[in-house]
Design a protein around this ligand. Sequence first.
Ligand code: H79
Length: 443
Amino acid sequence: MKRFLSIWMFLLIFQPIIAQESYIPTKENLEARQWFQDAKFGLFIHWGVYSILGDGEWVMNNQNISIDDYEKLPSFFNPIDFDADEWVKMAKDAGMKYITITSRHHDGFSMFDSQATDYTIVKKTPYKKDILKPLAAACKREGIKLFFYYSLLDWHDDNYFPRGRTGTKIPGRSDGDWEVYIAFMKAQLTELLTNYGEIGGIWFDGHWDQKEWDGEIFGKVKVDWHYDEIYKLIHDLQPQCLIGNNHHLAPIEGEDFQMFERDLPGHNTTGWGTDASDVGDLPKEVCETINGSWGFNLKDNKHKSEKELVQYIVRSAGYGSNLLLNVGPMPNGEIQLEHIKSLEKVGEWMRENGETIYKTTGGPVAPNDDMAFTQRGNTMYLHILNDAKELFFVENFKGKIKSMHYYKSKEKVNHKISEYGMFIEVPNNKKDQIDTIIEIVLK
Ligand code: H79
């Protein structure tokens, strides 16, 4: 009896993940996946009332700000300098093809007009305007696709109950009803997929909040996220809309792309990321910050250099993945000058070298410290990323070479192929500090 009870309780506590079963992506969806796979570079935007405090998007949890205190923030949020066209143009000039913005982060505050809650930018801020509306319009004008980040976890809504492993010390939270919370999310997702035209995708985050975690490995999920209903709802409303979920697991049925937070696919340097064995076949996206923070952080000066940013695009592409590069706009609606400048430089690089990135797949050899390969048809692009060496070796290089020259100068590249692989000589005077690109045309 005891044993029976414990199995029963186990099943009650650890719900299996129920996905959108027998999901067959539509033609529009498959085309959208191909578009996504080709896009290679997007802008992530973390913006919310937390930006006011200049301490990142986790500030409510990190400083244990009570519900009552946090609710004062919207009354100060008045981003009079927000200009959707400027953001979209900045992204486009940087060579980005899409924008993913936080419609609602873990603090539970909706940055859009929602009838499902009063806790929104329209109803609670002096600004009173939906920011997704002008952004959607600007994106449409400029041919940039718009994706919505949507948090599954919520530190503000009592109905996010049972609570997860984070936000537990935030004062003022009460018990609520999980099923009501699921219905709320479905209502909001319906709004997001009805009121803003065609949406590129939904980017879920927070699943891991409901996973057991002993500091080293994750256990089972404690709740039923109703992904079967949520994913079906999204695909029914907009079949082309790509679903990604930052759960750090292998893709679940119903998802259309797989994302990797702050790690290249197959790497798990954070310790809580996706295992190499869970990397699937869906289009991939790596996300990373332009400094060290997602939401605006006043004291974060770890701005990545042009070289670091470009090389991360190249390495991501070498894994066949997009890079979703994040900025955290300031509370006035402007993006930090340092970041605007960095993106301008990246844009210059992409204009000159984008041919070696866009519409490519990962190359035949996985990226390493020295290099990354991208490939399109019979052409391979070998990106030399280590400017401290002159001799390079590509292990197990296979393929018959028709021509091999520097992408920029068109000069021939000294190389030798043996049964072990290819030796390449890149003398210092031929090198580019950021990326020496070699074009290899195969027979
Ligand atoms: O939106 C940005 C972040 O706010 C969000 N995802 C990006 C895109 C994010 N939230 N958390 N994380 C990323 C990583 C957090 C990991 C931890 Fe944990 C939460 C470490 C400890 C608590 C994971 C969950 C490991 C244990 C529990």
